[in-house]
Structure formats: structure tokens, C-alpha cells
Design a protein around this ligand. Structure first.
Ligand code: ZN
Length: 397
């Protein structure tokens, strides 16, 4: 029957799914509020200024009219801006609503083998796959899948499009776009104690030194590195040492500072900070979900060559086994006996059978082998061939 007894357990993985649009909604709301507050304070000051000056006779009616027109102009600008943020707010509030409804639907599903769960988990799988593809850079495929499955409101394609532009610029060895991104997200980056901006400034300095533009590099350091001296003095001293070493140097740590691999690290750091700001999980949800399942299967036997089970996903060291490497072992209260030939569990429905040489295999696997080999079964470990009549049941007490 596979009754779902605790819906909350599954929903624990869905935290970012709702948080992403909700946070975007909140930040859009904040932007609107900021615009309104700023304009209202300017408006109040200007109006009181106009009334004061016109009472004192410092402004003639034509000047007053002009000042009022300027206010109207500012207010229409505000209206236009609010219209844009309003569109964004309704987009993200709609997304939050759709996502909550999707999760709500799950809580009404009673069993894992019901049709409702089949439909629901298909949507979940597809949105998880879209997230995975977006992270791996397959944007178009992700968009096609989201469209064909009608789940556009459950995925965040546009957020990846923006960050992709920054990543592409870093791949072209340009920090400009990423620095701009840091500027736009300054207060939030400060909250997560990000030092990405310092690393970008360091890199721009390194590039100037690489071109041997020493004067420019020193001026750059004075302007952009010194502001970090309180927290990054050691790094600043180290990078300034580059001025004495040409790019061809073999001397560490300067050789490392010139290394192009630093750009890859910058991309990784940008990704990590960007995911943290947008409430994305650092790992794709696909990996997290798979790992939750793999941790229930992982045993010490999975990583011992001669004990690998053909039916166990963790035993495949190159795919899911690799994903399970850092996971804890699953907790088993009872031993499970697994057939070496078929990988199936041996129990009362598939009895363990012993060959005359002492090796034990499952009834189903030996019978299947015998049916295809004139009643003979071959021991896969020793190669010995036995007649099916020589095989006996094993009783484990
Ligand atoms: Zn295994």
C-alpha cells in the first residue's frame, strides 16, 4: 500500500522551491518602497520650499508653475518605475502561489502507488531536471522541457540567464560585469560576508601587472585594494609582491597568482555567492534528492570490488556510487542476504540455496540458469557445474 505517513519529510527538500520566488518578491517590494520614500521626501521638501519662497515673494507665478511641472514630471517617472516593479511583484507572487499549490497537492496524496503521486512526482522530477540543466549550462533544453511540461512557473530560468552573462564575461577574463553585479548586490553580499569583490579587484591588479603596466597597477591598488586593508592586509602584501616578479617567474606564490586557473576559481566563487543570494542550494536539487535515496542503500560492501551487487545503484562506483562517496552508511537493523548472481534479496520468496562446493545463491537465479542449461547451474566464483538436483536449501537460524 505504501502509505505516506509523514509528508513533511519529503517537503523538507522543497524549502528553496518556495523561498526563491518569495525572496524575489520581497526584494522587488523593497525597491518600490525605496523609490516611493525617496520621491515623497523630495516632494515634501520641494513643496514646502515653493510655498515658502512664493510667500516671501522670492518666486513669481511662472517660476512656481515651472517648479510644479518638475514635480509632475518626477511623479510620472515614479509611476513608470512602479509599474515595472509591480509587474515583477505579480510575476513572483504568482510563482509563489503556484509552487505552494503544488506542494499543497502533495499533502493530499495518501499513498506512493496512487495515480496522484505518479503525476505529482513527474512534475517534481521535471522541475528538478530543469534546475540541473540550467546549472550545467543547457539553458535552451531546460526551457524546452519547462515549456513542454507546462512548468515554467516552477522553474527560474531568467535568474540563470542573468548569472550566465557574468560567468561568460569571467570566462573571457573580464571582471567588469561581475564587479557591476557586486555593486548591485552590495548590501546582500555584505550580509553573507562575501569577499568576492576583493578577489575580483585582486585579479584586475594581477592583469595590469601581467601587462607590466606598473604605474597603472600601483594606482589601481591605491584606489581599490587599500580599502580592504583592515581585513585583507596579508593578501594585499602578497599580491603587491608581484610587481617584482615577471609573469614567467617560477617562484611561488607569485607563479600561482599569475595562473589562469584563478579565473575558474572566480567563476566558482561567483556561483556560490549568487546561489546563496538567490536562495538556491549550492548543489543541484537532483544530486540532493538522489543522495537522500542513496544514503538509505549505502553499505560498506558497496565499495569492495568482490562484493559489488549488480542491482545496487551505490555499487556502481562511476555514477551513483561516486555521488554517494561522502554519505554516511545506511542504518540496518537486520542483515540482508543478497544473491551474488541476480543481486536480488534472498528471503522466503527467493530462498538461499547452497551448491555442493558451499557457495550460496538464490533459488530464482539458479533455476533460471538451470532452465537455460539443461538442468545444470554453474558457480560464478569457481566455474564448477552442478546438476540442479545437487542443490540444497539453506536454513539460517
Ligand atoms: Zn551496494
Amino acid at each position: 500500500m505504501n502509505k505516506i505517513t509523514n509528508h513533511d519529510q519529503l517537503l523538507q527538500l522543497e524549502h528553496p522551491f518556495v523561498k526563491i520566488p518569495l525572496e524575489k518578491f520581497k526584494s522587488s517590494l523593497k525597491v518600490s518602497q525605496k523609490h516611493i520614500e525617496k520621491e515623497i521626501s523630495t516632494l515634501t521638501n520641494t513643496v514646502s520650499d515653493i510655498s515658502k519662497k512664493s510667500q516671501q515673494g522670492d518666486m513669481n507665478p511662472a517660476e512656481v508653475e515651472k517648479a510644479l511641472e518638475a514635480i509632475v514630471h518626477r511623479l510620472s517617472n515614479l509611476k513608470r518605475r512602479l509599474k515595472d516593479t509591480r509587474a515583477e511583484e505579480s510575476l513572483y507572487s504568482q510563482r509563489t502561489k503556484v509552487r505552494l499549490q503544488h506542494l499543497q497537492e502533495f499533502t493530499t496524496i495518501p499513498t506512493l502507488d496512487s495515480d496522484g503521486f505518479g503525476r505529482w512526482s513527474r512534475v517534481r522530477l521535471n522541475r528538478i531536471l530543469v534546475d540541473y540543466m540550467l546549472r550545467e549550462g543547457f539553458r535552451e533544453t531546460a526551457a524546452l522541457l519547462a515549456k513542454s511540461e507546462g512548468i515554467e512557473e516552477m522553474v527560474d530560468i531568467e535568474l540563470f540567464v542573468q548569472s550566465r552573462k557574468v560567468e561568460q564575461a569571467l570566462q573571457r577574463f573580464s571582471c567588469t560585469e561581475c564587479l557591476q553585479w557586486c555593486h548591485e548586490n552590495k548590501s546582500n553580499l555584505k550580509k553573507i560576508k562575501s569577499t568576492l569583490e576583493f578577489s575580483l579587484r585582486e585579479q584586475e591588479f594581477i592583469e595590469l601587472v601581467r601587462k607590466r603596466q606598473t604605474q597603472e597597477a600601483i594606482a589601481y591598488a591605491r584606489k581599490h585594494l587599500i580599502v580592504w586593508q583592515e581585513t585583507h592586509m596579508r593578501e594585499i602584501k602578497k599580491v603587491m609582491g608581484l610587481l617584482a616578479f615577471p609573469p614567467s617567474t617560477n617562484c611561488q606564490p607569485y607563479k600561482g597568482l599569475y595562473d589562469a586557473s584563478r579565473w575558474k576559481k572566480l567563476i566558482a566563487r561567483f556561483r556560490a555567492d549568487n546561489f546563496a543570494l538567490q536562495c538556491f542550494t549550492p548543489e543541484p536539487i537532483l544530486n540532493v534528492t538522489l543522495q537522500a535515496g542513496l544514503s538509505a542503500l549505502k553499505t560498506p560492501m558497496c565499495y569492495i570490488d568482490e562484493h559489488r551487487n549488480v542491482n545496487c545503484p551505490v555499487c556502481d562506483g562511476e555514477t551513483l556510487g561516486a555521488l554517494a562517496t561522502d554519505l554516511p552508511l545506511s542504518h540496518h537493523l537486520n542483515s540482508t542476504i543478497v544473491c551474488r548472481i541476480s543481486g536480488q534479496i534472498m528471503n522466503e520468496d527467493n530462498l538461499p540455496m547452497v551448491l555442493p562446493n558451499g557457495y550460496v545463491y538464490s533459488y530464482n537465479a539458479l533455476m533460471e540458469m538451470a532452465s537455460m542449461n539443461n538442468g545444470k547451474a554453474t558457480c560464478p566464483r569457481t566455474g564448477a557445474v552442478y546438476d540442479i538436483s545437487q542443490i540444497k536449501k539453506v536454513f539460517i537460524s
